[in-house]
Each structure stands twice: as C-alpha cells, then as structure tokens.
Write a protein that binds this ligand. Sequence first.
Ligand code: H79
Length: 433
Amino acid sequence: VTAQKKRIGNETAEQKKKRMEWWTDARFGMFIHWGLYSLAARHEWVKHNEHMTNEQYQKYFDMYNPDHFDPHKWARAAKAAGMKYAVLTTKHHEGFCLFDSKYTDYKATNTKAKRDLVKEYVQAFRAEGLKVGFYYSLLDWHHPDYTMDDAHPLTQVDTSQANYDKLNKGRDMNKYRLYLKNQVRELMTNYGKIDILWLDWSWDKGAKHGKRDKDWDAVNLLKMVRQLQPGIIVNNRLGLEDYSDGADFVTPEQVSTKELEKYKGKTWETCQTFSGSWGYYRDENTWKTHRQLLDLLITSVSNGGNLILNVGPTARGEFDYRATNALDSLAYWMHANDKAIYNCTYAPADFKVPDNTKLTYNPQTKRLYVHLYEYPANGKLELPGYKGKVKYAQFLNDYSELKYESSGSNDLTLELPKSKPRYDIPVVELVLQ
Ligand code: H79
C-alpha cells in the first residue's frame, strides 16, 4: 500500500512539464567540482578520508591561488562538447564557498583569488548560451555548528556515542540550518536567473547518524527557493520523498549503463565522473574511454534521461589534458550526431532494438536513431519488424543515403558501406512513416 503523498506547492503536471522542457530536451550537461580539495588532488572527500581537522585542512585555503581560472574557457569547452547546461559546486562538503557570502569568512574572496568565482562562472556560461546551475552541499565539514554524522571527517576514527556527544558539545544545528538557508537565499538572489539547484545530500537509511529533511528544514527551504526562482529545477536530495513535489528529478550517481535501464519512465539525470573522483585527482588511472562516455550518453537518452558529466578543474583553475581530450572527442562525435541526443528519448515500444545497437527517438520529428555499437562486417543491418515503417534512411554524420530492402515478411535489411564512418559509434537516421 502506498500512502498518499503530501504536497508543498500547487503546480499542475502540465505546468511542471513546461518548466522542465528545456532540461529534458537538453539531455547533456557539465558538472564542475572545484574547491580546496583540488589542491590536495586526491578526491573531494580527502578531508573525510584522511580524518583531517579544520586546522589541518587550512593549508589549502592559504595556498589557494587559481591563477589560470577563466570560466569562458570552461564554457566554450562545455558548449563544444554539446553540453547545454552546467552545475558548479558553489560549496562542497568541505564548506569552502566559491561565492562572496555575507555569512562566512571561509570563501574565495578571502583567498588569493580575491573574487567571487561563482559570479564569473555565471556570466561566462550565460555568455555562451548555456543554462546555469548551482550545486550546494547540505553537508558542511567546516561549520562549527554542523553536528556530527556518519559522514563527518571527525567521526570516522572513533564512532562511539561518547565521541559523538563530545564532538557535538557547543554545536547547534539550529544555527547551521539558518546559515544554510541564508546562503541558499544569497545564491538565489545575487546572481540573476538560476536554472538548476543541485543540493547534496540526505540519508538515514541504515545509518546510525544520518541527516535528512528535518535537519535542513527542507520544506521551507524549497518554498523559499521556488519563490525566489520560480522557473528553477531542483534535484531530489533534500530527503522529501514523502512529498510528490519535493523534487523535480532523481539523481542516480555513478551507476552502470545496465542500471540506468531501471529509470525509464522517471524524470532523471545520471551524474558521472571521468575517472571515479569528482574533484581533480592527479594520480587516478581509471579514466573512462571515449566509447564508455559515449555509451553513458546514448544509454541515458535511450532510457529517457539526462547525463551530467563531471570535470574536476585543477587548483590553477584549468581542465587538465585528460579532461580536455575527453571533451574534444565528445565534441567531435556530437558535432556530427547531436540530433540523436537533443529532444530525444526512448523509442516507441513497437520498435525492436536491432542486434548490437541502441535506439533513441525524436517524437517531434518522428526520427529513429540507430546507434551502431558494432559495425556489421557484411555491411548488412537487419531491422526486425521495421517493414512499412520507414520512409528514408541516412547516416546522421553526413546525410548520405542508405538503401534498404524488405527481407522476410516483416523485416528490412539496411545496406551499409564497407568502411565504417570515422565515429566510434556511427548513427543511422530513419525517417519514420
Ligand atoms: O559531489 C559528489 C560526491 O562528492 C557526493 N555526490 C556527488 C555528486 C557524494 N559522494 N558520495 N556520496 C555523496 C555519498 C557517500 C556515502 C558514503 Fe558513507 C561515504 C559511503 C561511505 C562513505 C555515509 C557516510 C555512509 C557511510 C559513511
């Protein structure tokens, strides 16, 4: 039995669809994780992983000097790769603010950067025509009033209740809650129109010490956000699962392409890294291949979802060569094949998925896209059950005609050239009847 869900606002389903339209059409965005952990260059959870105190972490604040920071370069790289929106960590779990907040001294303006980096990010991405989003961490490992939980750096060594009680002496979550609300108000007020708010994160299931909606005063926080930014799109990590309108989309994090199939029918965005870590990780060797990245993008769209792919800029404020190469390869593919991504979703149920392919579909233009994961050695692509459904076929990358003939009573056979087009995964465009 599912209990009737509560509601926070009174938006109709139709109004919501309209508000979300640009986002569902966009399909592809850039996540940017950048903060003091970029100096440690060994995971954005370094403070937690190495159980560092504020004092031990202070060296990164003191050394922070992003002399190559130029968000116009970031925005151009995102745009070239075909990404339509971006989400920047205005504050990650470490608590350091890239923006000029009235409510803390722990911010970029007080470092050698001496400027509001969020403001420059917003201006640069807007200038390139991209939608702009803010990530803001609900967790805060620096704030003196943020109480202990299972994810806090200081509770990892000694998880006894006595230690929690000791560490929580003098901490007042009420004060932190106010701080959080004040900062979100600043972000929703001082930077013009903001398209996405990505809050991270709530949990309690299975955790002895978790945090969720009540800890953030989530209902009132969300009400404030929607009032200040009526068009904004908000993710699902406030812990408001009991409300039907407590989130706009779900956020499968770093899941496999196989798992993504489970999200079909929901409104969702999978967030993924190039290499495992979100923050710049110098020595990480697990970088995904071009083909793996393409597969993530295609699989997301073929299941009706978005992909937000993360870059972790270096401490100097640049994308390193591995990130740049990965984005360049995506740019090459997207330049030729982006029509199989934007405005697309899963194929109608009566279209079988041909062997070694994945399908995406544009319902407005009635075009079906067949992504060729394996290029047929004999040059023949069997389209089972497609007879009578296709008006025209072409490669998407050069609009060159592909001939086809009936085979059997229901099928079509598509004739492909011997040599594969120079794309890791070429795309056939079928104009449907
Ligand atoms: O910002 C990126 C990550 O840093 C952040 N979300 C993305 C977008 C994130 N990473 N991990 N998580 C959120 C969840 C982590 C959970 C765990 Fe644990 C931390 C599992 C083990 C350590 C919570 C704390 C459960 C046990 C201790």
